[in-house]
Design a protein around this ligand. Structure first.
Ligand SMILES: Nc1ncnc2c1ncn2[C@@H]1O[C@H](COP(=O)(O)OS(=O)(=O)O)[C@@H](OP(=O)(O)O)[C@H]1O
Length: 279
């Protein structure tokens, strides 16, 4: 029985949200978790608590896929975490909702954002270098916005108990999605359903993609955009990152490391980020 057999045609509000951070693997996280037979999730980011709030709750509910009573609906909009008003609205909507947050090596996140911002600018002469993009008028603006996970997570902790919040890393999702999915499964109180047959490592992409022969695979048809040949998510994921000149790299590491330490002490868990290993 796949998901479409089990729904009773009703659209239900989310009981869990993936709220951030952008460029931290949130698309893969939503897609992978949707393999679970007890999860349904809309393909698009609904951005209800930020851009679409005035459209009302019924509008939001109708954006959800049909589900059965025993299934959990999950929505992902990575900008929720950046917006204090959106977080307040989420609490008013459902103070017991579960929240999933993915973080990433901040330098990798900056590179990913740079590659995304200039994805249509093919001639390097027509775009700023990575260094000048980071520095801009304010090193502050891009760098601080992309590395300061702690202040945003702390705003979430002010509104929700820690037991309702799961913080994951993009690196774990890239290298070991099965462990991440098992963690998500436990956090969401789901029966064990993920297995090593669900994911296959794609050497060209450098991350895991769906195994189209896995028994869970039919669960994601219609809820994930995939390359039909590889089972990988979206062609735009896995873009080449800009090189960083050595001195600027060292400068970034020094400036960002205290933010990382703030994050680790806030969440009580460390991530072994490659860019911060040596210096
Ligand atoms: N398994 C798998 N499949 C697809 N993509 C994966 C996966 N694991 C990690 N990633 C990396 O996630 C990065 C994109 O993050 P997001 O999906 O949060 O980006 S977005 O904010 O929604 O645009 C994006 O990073 P960059 O490639 O560095 O841009 C993806 O490579």
């Amino acid at each position: 029985m796949d998901k479409s057999d089990s729904d009773d045609g009703q659209r239900r509000f989310p009981k869990a949200l993936i709220i951030g951070f952008s460029k931290c693997g949130t698309t893969a996280l939503r897609a992978f978790v949707s393999l679970h037979p007890d999860i349904v999730s809309p393909l698009e980011e609904i951005r209800f608590f930020t851009l679409n709030y005035t459209k009302g709750l019924e509008w939001y509910r109708l954006k959800m896929p049909p589900s059965s009573e025993s299934q959990i609906t999950i929505e992902k909009t990575p900008f929720y975490i950046m917006d204090r008003e959106a977080l307040q609205r989420i609490r008013e909507f459902n103070a017991s909702i579960k929240l999933i947050i993915s973080v990433r090596d901040p330098i990798g996140r900056l590179q990913s954002q740079y590659a995304h911002t200039f994805r249509n600018v093919h001639d390097p002469a027509d775009r700023p270098s990575f260094k000048s993009w980071c520095q801009g008028d304010a090193f502050s603006e891009h760098v601080v916005r992309f590395v300061d996970y702690a202040s945003h997570i702390s705003a979430v902790y002010d509104l929700f108990p820690k037991s309702q919040i799961l913080v994951l890393s993009e690196e774990a999702l890239e290298m070991d999605p099965l462990s991440v999915m098992k963690e998500a499964e436990m956090f969401l109180g789901l029966r064990a359903s993920f297995s090593k047959y669900d994911f296959v490592f794609n050497k060209d992409k450098g991350f895991y993609c769906f195994n189209m022969t896995s028994p869970n695979y039919p669960n994601i048809i219609n809820s994930v955009k995939l390359n039909p040949d590889t089972g990988c998510i979206g062609g735009e994921k896995g873009r080449a990152h800009p090189e960083i000149e050595e001195d600027f790299f060292k400068q970034l590491v020094r400036a960002i490391r205290p933010h990382n330490e703030q994050l680790f002490s806030l969440i009580g868990k460390r991530f072994d980020w490659d860019n911060f290993k040596e210096l």
